[in-house]
Design a binder for this molecule. Sequence first.
Ligand SMILES: [Fe+2]
Ligand SMILES: [Fe+2]
Length: 301
Amino acid sequence: MTRAEIIQRLQGDVSLPALPEVLLRIDRMLKDPEVDIKAVSSLASTDAVLSGQIIRMSNSAYYARGGSHLTSLQPAIQRMGLRALRGLVFALTLPRMFHDDGESFPYRALWKHSLAVSAFAAELATEIGASPAERENAWLGGLVHDIGALVLATLQPREYHRFLQDLQERSDRSAQWNEQELPDWERETFGIDHAEIGCIFLRERWRLPEPIPEITRLHHSLGWNEPLPEGVERSTILVVHVANGICSHYGIGWNPAEQEGRAFQESAWESLGLDLDRVEELLEKAKTSLGIAETLLSEGE
Ligand SMILES: [Fe+2]
Ligand SMILES: [Fe+2]
C-alpha cells in the first residue's frame, strides 16, 4: 500500500475504532469551567465499565492515600478531581479500543509505555511550571503519542508485523531498534511514519482538538523550523518527547527487546530549562509513572 492509499484507507476503514461517544461528551463537559460534578457523574454512569474502573481507581493507593473505601461514582470522581478525570477516562478507555490479537504486535507493551509516558510528561509539565491546561495536554498527548503505530498495525497487520520483525533481525544484538529510529524506517517502508499517521487519525477520525494531534505528529521530529498552529505550545511537545525518551531509555519502551539508545534530543531538554542534576530525581518519578501505568492497565482488563 502506498502512502496515499494508507491515508485514504484511514478515512473510512471500519476496522479502526471510533472514539466512544461517552468519552467525547465527558471531554466536552470537562472543558466547561462551570461544569458540575453531578452532571459529569451522571454521564459517566451511562458507561458501566468506565464507572466501575473510576470507582476502583479512586480506591487505589495512588488516589485513596489512606482514605475510606468508596463504592459509588460521585464521591470517587470528587476524590480524583475533575482535572484528573479527563486524562483518566482516556487512559482507562483507550487500551481497550484496539484489537489485540496477542501476537503480531507488542500491544500491551505499547500501552504500558504510553501510560508511563503520559504520567511522566505530566510530571515534567509541572516541573517546568506549566499551566494546569498544559499539564493535561501533556498527559493526553503522552497517552496517544504512538497511536499511529496501532493504526498502521490495524490497517496492515501482516506488513507491520513483518516490518517489526525485519527491523529486529537487521539490528545486531548489541543495538536493538528503539522507537526513536522507527520513523525513518517506517517512511522508507510505508511512505508514512507512526507520528504523522497518528496525527491524521486523531484529527480526522477521532476529531481530538489541538494540541493533541500536533503533539503526536511532532513527538519525534519536534518540528523546530515549523511555526506551530495557534494554541499549540512547543513546550508541551518537548515535554512529551523527553518523557518518551526517558521512559524508553529505562526499559519502558514498546519494543520488548529495546535496549538503551539515543533517548531524546538534547536541545529539547535544554530548551525546557531542565537541570541535568535532576535526572535521578526525575527518574524516580518515572518509576511512579510506571506504577500508575500498571495500575491503569490492570484496571482496563
Ligand atoms: Fe513514537
Ligand atoms: Fe513512544
